[in-house]
Design a protein around this ligand. Structure first.
Ligand SMILES: [Zn+2]
Length: 160
């Protein structure tokens, strides 16, 4: 099993989680579920709704989930998982994470150490719900995409 995301998507996730630091940041992964591999196509960054222990707990409220679910459907995608950060903590699910996880979904966890995001690791709940099983995270380079976007800044004054 693997979770595939573009470098750009990974950067957006990291940016949101670094902004939330030293609290946990969180969000929803939208994409397509294929055989053995899932592709993240879009993310919905949400505010951590926990009122206490925000440095090691997060909460995505039902209306935030519904908003993300509607956004997914509108784009022909599905909610395929969630992401959150572990501020100054390894990217491994906590007992709290296990207790609150739902079957099916991918749980992408990113350790943020002193404000710097590390590599993400992703997990799915085992069938008997007793533990998480890790899945591979594949970050795809998107620089080869011919999408007239960010390359404008690198062309200097050549065009004039
Ligand atoms: Zn966690």
């Amino acid at each position: 099993m693997s979770l595939v995301l573009s470098a750009r998507m990974s950067e957006r996730i990291h940016a949101h989680l670094c902004r939330a630091y030293p609290d946990e940041g969180c969000g929803v992964l939208l994409g397509r579920d294929g055989e053995g591999r899932r592709e993240v196509v879009e993310i919905v960054a949400v505010e951590n709704r926990r009122e206490e222990s925000r440095h090691n707990r997060y909460l995505i409220a039902p209306e935030q989930f519904l908003f993300a679910d509607r956004a997914a459907r509108g784009a022909g995608l599905d909610v395929i998982g969630f992401f959150h950060s572990h501020p100054d903590h390894p990217a491994r699910p906590s007992a709290f994470d296990l207790e609150h996880a739902w079957p099916y979904y991918s749980y992408l966890i990113v350790g943020v150490t002193r404000g710097q995001a590390g590599e993400g690791r992703s997990w799915r709940l085992a069938e008997d719900r007793s533990r998480f099983e890790e899945e591979t995270v594949e970050v795809r380079d998107t620089h080869s995409e011919p999408s007239g976007g960010p390359d404008r800044t690198t062309s200097g004054g050549d065009r004039a």
